[in-house]
Design a protein around this ligand. Structure first.
Ligand code: PTJ
Length: 252
């Protein structure tokens, strides 16, 4: 049960998100480190004004188009993502034809199963990467994130990694996969290494991506291709940083 947060509290949404994570921690889905990672995310969210910026919107269009054009798209889910947006992840997977795979930095069988259960309670039919299904390995990666499903991330051409740590993004790109990151920190290694970086909070980004996927269902392939491939991640990240800097300067 979430603690009572007054609706009219000026930071109500932010406090509710924290409560979701604390609950997720108590139920064994989120790790302690996930709470710390959220704090870092919150700080960057504050700097972008807790809104979806124009740059994030552009990146999302490219990301959703990439997923819709992909042959084997996969959405990778960790503890934080599961408690913050299980329903949205399932919907996005449905609309883009993506598989959903559990992939954890702090991997335990209990957490994998708890996340699978949560995803299934939110409508997922099949969840990849749980237990012995994670039998393939990402080359050159030493963390437990290397363990992937041979029918999921291992053979994927496009992987969405909401809230990630950088090593795996780099390794997946080396495997010639397109990696879409959602990360509030435009300076993180994940953000810098991904093919498409959405600098936004997953709680705002995933629902917006669901809406885009609905709109894009009617687009011609050539239009999707233009959106997917006519995107420059380095330039877009630079603009995201400029956005933060301008916001700080305007307070002078
Ligand atoms: O569930 P596990 O075992 O896979 O572990 C998950 C964590 C998050 C602990 C693990 O992936 C980790 O340590 O991540 P990092 O290296 O701390 O990176 C998390 C990144 O996500 C940071 O750059 C944060 O700024 C960013 N972030 C945190 N919360 C959000 C976020 N980005 C988007 N939306 C958020 N809500």
């Amino acid at each position: 049960m979430l603690r009572n947060i007054p609706e009219n509290h000026p930071r109500a949404i932010s406090l509710q998100i924290r409560e979701l994570l604390v609950e997720g921690f108590r139920s064994g889905i989120v790790v302690e480190e996930g709470l710390i990672a959220h704090g870092r995310g919150e700080a960057f969210d504050y700097l972008i004004g807790e809104i979806t910026t124009k740059q994030a919107g552009t990146a999302m269009k490219s990301a959703v188009a990439l997923m819709m054009l992909a042959e084997r798209p996969v959405i990778s889910v960790n503890g934080n993502t599961a408690v913050l947006c299980a329903k949205g992840v399932v919907k996005l997977a449905e609309l883009t034809g993506a598989r959903i795979e559990v992939n954890l930095f702090y991997r335990t069988y209990e957490r994998e199963v708890a996340i699978e259960k949560l995803l299934k309670a939110n409508g997922a039919r099949e969840v990849y990467g749980v237990g012995s299904k994670a039998s393939a390995a990402i080359p050159e990666l030493m963390s437990d994130r290397r363990r992937v499903d041979p029918d999921g991330i291992y053979i994927a051409d496009v992987v969405l990694v909401p809230l990630e740590d950088g090593d795996r993004t780099e390794a997946l790109v080396k495997m010639k996969k397109k990696v879409i990151a959602i990360d509030l920190n435009p300076l993180s290694r994940t953000s810098q290494k991904a093919s498409v970086t959405i600098v936004d909070n997953v709680v705002r980004a995933i629902p917006k991506m669901v809406e885009l996927a609905k709109q894009f269902a009617h687009l011609q392939k050539s239009k999707l291709q233009k959106l997917a491939y006519g995107f420059d991640n380095t330039k877009n990240l630079e603009k995201s940083l400029q956005y933060i800097l301008q916001g700080l300067k305007s307070r002078d």
